[in-house]
Design a protein around this ligand. Structure first.
Ligand SMILES: [Zn+2]
Length: 283
């Protein structure tokens, strides 16, 4: 059965860089936010103006150029998806895995789950980092943004659980700070061999015409870089005690892979490891 990987979660959570990193693997091709490409209102902007992560314009891109008319047609999303997968399979073969990072545009997930081997990577950015990033762009009060982070994640997770999909949660923070450790875990989840080429997203074979502009940012694409700007925000520091009501969900969604042992033990940090080293080398 054809394997499809879907990156789910809120917008502005690092999905484009994850899409590009996974797309470095020889068995995966990422196609960015496929749902947006299927929206016929986007067709001319995406195919004429947008630069694909392969460096060409949509209309000249090796993958997307044959899909321009089809993308702008009135066919149903499911029909478009089936056709897309047929073209993908003809071009890359049966074994190649398709990666979709449409995030929270999920009306076809139930259909994908029925007809294909669907694996979901649920990507979440720390609530403080996400709020700061959205506030700097929109000026929406931070508490409303915090509420949005909580409610939208709740809704998305409810729908995904209802569909009964195979899912793994990943935090943008754990991915950016420990990319090798997390990409190895993701590789096990989708059943591919980890390759360290994935640590350098600029090696991607992906064709992303709709996604974060980092897809064409030469500097950002060379590795994983964590955006620490939120740590300097006084406005955010002042409401931190209020948004602490969402801490439980934040910890579960963003840090579960690096804190899965005992409470307070974080990947290479913690009491257990320190005590073991002290015993072996200091006492
Ligand atoms: Zn391309």
């Amino acid at each position: 059965m054809k394997k499809v990987i879907y990156i789910a979660g809120l917008g502005h959570s690092g999905s484009t860089i994850l899409d590009m990193a996974l797309g470095c693997h020889k068995k995966i091709v990422g196609l960015g936010e496929i749902y947006a490409v299927f929206n016929k209102e986007n067709t001319s902007a995406l195919f004429e103006k947008s630069t694909c992560s392969c460096g060409k314009k949509g209309k000249d891109c090796d993958f997307w150029k044959s899909l321009k008319e089809f993308s702008g047609s009135d066919k149903s999303t499911e029909d478009k998806y089936r056709k897309l997968i047929n073209i993908f399979t003809k071009k890359y073969g049966d074994e190649m895995i398709l990666l979709d990072s449409s995030k929270n545009s999920y009306p076809y997930l139930q259909f994908l789950n029925k007809e294909y081997d669907l694996r979901i990577i649920y990507l979440t950015r720390d609530i403080r980092s996400w709020i700061y990033s959205r506030f700097t762009r929109t000026k929406i009060p931070m508490f409303f943004l915090a509420l949005r982070w909580f409610l939208e994640n709740k809704k998305l997770l409810y729908v995904l659980r209802k569909y009964g999909v195979k899912m793994m949660t990943v935090g943008y923070e754990e991915l950016s700070l420990y990319p090798e450790f997390i990409l190895k875990k993701i590789s096990r989840f989708i059943n591919i061999d980890f390759n360290d080429i994935m640590l350098h997203p600029n090696n991607t074979n992906s064709h992303i015409i709709n996604g974060n502009i980092s897809r064409v940012d030469k500097e950002k694409k060379t590795g994983f870089f964590y955006d620490f700007r939120w740590m300097t925000s006084g406005r955010l520091a002042r409401i931190t005690s209020i948004i602490a009501i969402f801490n439980k969900m934040n910890k579960r969604l963003v840090y579960s892979n690096i804190s899965e042992t005992t409470k307070g033990e974080f990947h290479i940090f913690g009491k257990q490891k320190k005590e073991k080293l002290l015993k072996e080398h200091n006492e």
